[in-house]
Design a protein around this ligand. Structure first.
Ligand code: EPZ
Length: 417
């Protein structure tokens, strides 16, 4: 079941419900360690990265069980100490356990989180910021050892609005001694969701959603019930798939207020939208207009996680589009597969490509190399004439609960094999 087969050329049509947010659920699952009690997280997405995070929490002593509405995590039995190495290396999002374990246990030994094909994924900003809070790092048999005899607040200035580093400072700060003032914080909605969850647990955090956070350390936190918000990247994926296929769809629960930059670009592609509390109604053009330039940027700019999707759509655009990737250094792995489908793409440097739209893409056998590039190849298969087979889709299932089910609900001829 690692491949997805698509018979393209169908304009998407219908309603689809957007799943819970992967990038909100992962730090919130880590944050549940801080309470030492039970939390119930409704609308938690059933995706591979969440399953991996769950096995990490269980290896630390948490009891976890899935329920109809979501997941229950009981962190009362956490054993302070090492994380299982095979789990800690298999995904990047284990890094947010660093801040949570320091907050809970004041010490943790873990594998260096893996880099991946989209970039080196350094952790210098995490280490510097946590170091200012009293954490001492060392290498032990190739693993990262972190210990804080006294975890205390600090005035921290992030030179880059790193999402992960912002999350780790919050996770370490909510139970630290004194106040932490974090300037240059990332403003992604997933960070706001993390702050809201922690506030429900009794944390005192001011400035959520801005680039300046004040975290006032508390003596303890309490379990709570919380609903994971809808995934803006999954919603953006389906919105852009409508742009590429000339479809019209209602994206139920899509967070319109978090997709402003994406809808601005999609409007320039020729799309029309109607947003409401319930979601977003999307109408795509018969052929996308070429947007002169698309630049990725930290939130609220155009998200790097939708860059590959925009590239796939503009492969059918009626002109030339330049795409600039300003967040990661190697996020054009999807180009090879799109070219096999007839796309005309020139890579001018490691952070820039120029795509000249062609009237039609042609189905082909292609291979996903990473999560969002894989979703973009599926999107291209929906747009193409003929049959496309995308292998390597275990990458896609890391972030999309059931992309085949969702696209089938929109009328696509798509199956996982
Ligand atoms: C989070 O990754 C997301 N992952 C990514 O989503 C997303 O693309 C990224 O934020 C940017 O929005 C999760 O939330 C699990 P960063 P993260 O720290 O935290 C550099 C997806 O597809 N940097 O904001 O790792 C880094 O190399 C994934 O869902 C340092 O230099 O991203 C990158 O160039 C992919 N030193 C830039 O900052 C550091 O210490 C942004 O990285 C940390 C980061």
């Amino acid at each position: 079941m690692d491949s997805i087969c698509i018979r393209g050329g169908v304009a998407l049509q219908g309603n689809v419900c957007i799943q819970g947010s992967k990038n909100a659920a992962l730090p919130i699952l880590a944050a549940s360690l801080l309470t030492g009690e039970c939390s119930v997280l409704k609308n938690c997405p059933r995706i591979l990265d969440v399953y991996a995070m769950v096995s990490l929490l269980q290896s630390l002593g948490c009891a976890v069980c899935w329920q109809e509405s979501g997941i229950m995590v009981d962190s009362s039995g956490v054993k302070c100490g090492e994380m299982s190495s095979e789990a800690a290396t298999c995904m990047r999002s284990s890094l947010c356990l660093l801040g949570a374990m320091l907050g809970r246990c004041r010490e943790v030994v873990m594998e260096h989180p893996g880099g991946c094909v989209i970039g080196e994924r350094p952790i210098d900003l995490h280490l510097t910021a946590l170091g200012q809070m009293g954490v001492v790092f060392s290498e032990e048999r190739g693993r990262l050892h972190a210990i804080a005899d006294r975890l205390h607040g600090a005035e921290i200035d992030l030179p880059t609005p790193s999402v992960g580093a912002t999350e780790n400072v919050i996770l370490a700060g909510v139970l630290a001694e004194g106040d932490t003032i974090l300037s240059g914080a990332a403003r992604e909605p997933e960070i706001t969701a993390l702050c809201r969850y922690l506030q429900c647990c009794g944390a005192c955090i001011e400035g959520a959603g801005t680039d300046r956070l004040v975290i006032r350390g508390q003596s303890r936190l309490y379990g709570t019930d919380f609903t994971i918000p809808a995934d803006r990247i999954v919603a953006g994926t389906y919105l852009l798939a409508c742009m590429g296929t000339g479809g019209s769809a209602f994206l139920e629960r899509a967070p319109g207020e978090e997709l402003t930059a994406v809808m601005e670009v999609a409007e320039r592609m020729g799309g029309h939208f109607c947003t409401s509390e319930q979601g977003i109604y999307v109408q795509g053009p018969s052929r996308p207009r070429a947007v002169e330039r698309i630049r990725t940027a930290p939130y609220p700019g155009f998200p790097t996680d939708l860059q590959s999707m925009a590239l796939a759509v503009e492969a059918r655009g009626n002109g030339v589009t330049e795409i600039e990737e300003n967040i990661f250094e190697n996020r054009f792995r999807v180009v090879e597969g799109l070219r096999r489908m007839g796309a005309c793409i020139e890579q001018t440097d490691s952070r820039r490509v120029r795509v000249t739209g062609v009237p039609f893409l042609t189905g082909a056998e292609v291979c996903a190399k990473e999560l969002r590039g894989g979703a973009a190849l599926v999107t291209a298969g929906l747009m193409a004439q003929g049959e496309t087979s995308v292998s390597g889709c275990s990458f896609v299932y890391r972030g999309y609960e059931n992309i085949c089910r969702d696209f089938r609900e929109l009328g696509a001829r798509i199956t996982s094999v």
